[in-house]
Design a protein around this ligand. Structure first.
Ligand code: FES
Length: 152
């Protein structure tokens, strides 16, 4: 594990204030911050694991569980929110059996909220991987998720 991160650590040797940047780089590399990664970062900065975890958990950008194969993202920006984004999110949560920010046990799906995809005229919007689903309603959410759940 530390070997995987050695390249990142080398780049930030001696930079005491680079904790967030290093955590971002580690997450880019691994997709999330594992226990081992937090422990590695703690050693590198000569800090405790709980200090590093405390810093990371303050920021919504950091994940502590691996991502699922499919990233489902529901927009809760203003335009989507006023057109029922929250109901879209709740339906996605119910159909996937996870809360926002979570990953299914089989690592097939993760569910996240996004602030705006930049296509507000087509609200409410949901993304699965790179596929944008626009003008969503509750039955469309179920249909889209079912399609991905049914794939082999
Ligand atoms: S608010 Fe949802 S796409 Fe802009």
């Amino acid at each position: 594990m530390y070997k995987q991160l050695a390249e990142i650590f080398k780049q930030y040797e001696g930079e005491k204030g680079a904790v967030i940047t290093v955590l971002q780089k580690v997450q880019e590399k691994l997709g999330y911050l594992s226990k081992e990664a937090i422990s590695g970062v703690a050693k590198f900065f000569r800090m405790s694991e709980s200090e590093i975890f405390g810093i990371a958990s303050f920021y919504a950008q950091f994940r502590f569980t691996p991502r699922g194969k499919h990233a489902v993202k529901v927009c809760l920006g203003t335009a989507c929110y006023v057109r029922g984004g929250e109901e879209i999110m709740k339906t996605a949560e119910k159909n996937l059996g996870i809360d926002r920010g979570g990953t299914t046990e089989d690592y097939k799906f993760s569910l996240e909220r996004v602030a705006c995809f930049g296509c507000c005229a087509l609200a409410p919007v949901m993304l699965v991987d790179k596929n944008v689903h626009t003008k969503m309603n509750l039955s469309k959410v179920r249909e889209v998720i079912k399609r991905y759940q049914g794939e082999k």
